[in-house]
Design a protein around this ligand. Structure first.
Ligand SMILES: [Fe+2]
Length: 329
């Protein structure tokens, strides 16, 4: 069982070549085993899909070693999958999320031109998905992540940020650059030692100085790729700038920080607080908003922060106020 991973058969398009072998899991009283259902180098034909539908089978399996091939398939067919009305919205969201996480994982493992370009393309598709799905895409917000990795963090921030920016009335094109910027915003961390990034205790001044370099290192990495970016640079370089000028790397304040940078600051903090990190446990979304308001208000553009509270409040079932919790505008 350990060598196989389940995948949702809805993510497979008929008349395409999946690129990895697909298996059925068959259990009888005597034993259980995996049976080859469709070879990766053959076409996944409609009759194969029909057969699964007839038998009410929605779960197929792939070999763990083939995981990368499957994700490549998802990415290459992403647009068709997310616009396929036969796939229930929740499942589409899960597909978007898992493909995004895998992509950003690649990006952080090897941040070169190829993976950065893939991230950009993916961000544009993800925005299409959010525009298309409207409220259903909000379920992206509810996918729980229990482990902290920079790449899952980036995917969370991108989902929250893009939905929020859409609510603020961003034009479609701006939304794409913003989403792509947010997926890439922490790429500079790949040039910082993981000992520092994953340190459990308090950072020394030298270690923190090192961390502070990641926004500008990120911009450098983007420039090295030769891709054309716009707001991506801003989000990457400004997501740690505080509204009152106490942030890094440049200590910009108020309007010196681009609106995209001010939004990125808010959602970056929100997601960090609501996700398990090496040095702190996740807190509930509503508690995160309270903490942001009470301890970090100086970091944010207050008007945008109030908008963000409005945006995140009513939709997150876990964000309901508990006794004694309240937010004042
Ligand atoms: Fe960062």
């Amino acid at each position: 069982m350990d060598n196989y991973l389940p995948i949702n058969s809805n993510s497979l398009r008929t008349d395409t070549q999946i690129g990895c072998d697909l298996y059925l899991y068959v259990k009888t009283i005597a034993d259980s085993r995996y049976i080859l259902y469709c070879r990766g180098d053959t076409i996944f034909e409609n009759r194969k899909r029909e057969m699964l539908l007839d038998r009410n089978i929605s779960r197929l399996f792939i070999k763990k070693d083939d995981q990368q091939k499957y994700y490549e398939y998802l990415e290459n067919n992403f647009h068709e999958i997310i616009t396929d009305a036969r796939i229930p919205p929740d499942e589409r969201t899960k597909i978007v999320y898992s493909a995004a996480t895998n992509l950003v994982k690649d990006l952080f493992n090897d941040p070169r031109a190829g993976s950065i370009k893939r991230t950009k393309t993916f961000a544009y598709n993800m925005v299409d998905y959010i525009l298309l799905e409207g409220r259903a895409a909000r379920s992206l917000l509810n996918i729980a992540i229990h482990e902290y990795y920079t790449y899952t963090h980036s995917v969370n921030v991108a989902a929250v940020g893009t939905l929020f920016a859409k609510e603020l009335g961003f034009e479609d094109e701006d939304l794409k650059h913003f989403c792509s910027g947010i997926l890439l915003h922490d790429v500079g961390k790949t040039r910082i030692s993981t000992d520092i990034l994953n340190k459990k205790g308090k950072l020394t001044k030298e270690e923190f100085d090192e961390i502070k370099k990641h926004p500008e290192m990120g911009v450098e990495i983007l420039k090295e790729t030769g891709n054309v970016f716009t707001d991506e640079y801003i989000v990457t370089s400004q997501h740690h700038e505080n509204y009152d000028g106490t942030g890094y790397p440049r200590g910009l304040k108020k309007d010196e920080i681009h609106r995209c940078g001010r939004i990125a600051r808010i959602i970056d903090v929100y997601d960090a607080l609501t996700t398990d990190r090496p040095y702190a446990k996740a807190i509930r979304p509503f508690a995160a908003l309270v903490e942001m308001k009470e301890k970090m208000l100086n970091c944010f553009d207050k008007e945008l922060f109030v908008e963000f509270i409005r945006f995140s409040g009513p939709y997150d079932p876990r964000a309901k106020p508990r006794n004694g919790d309240y937010i004042q505008n």
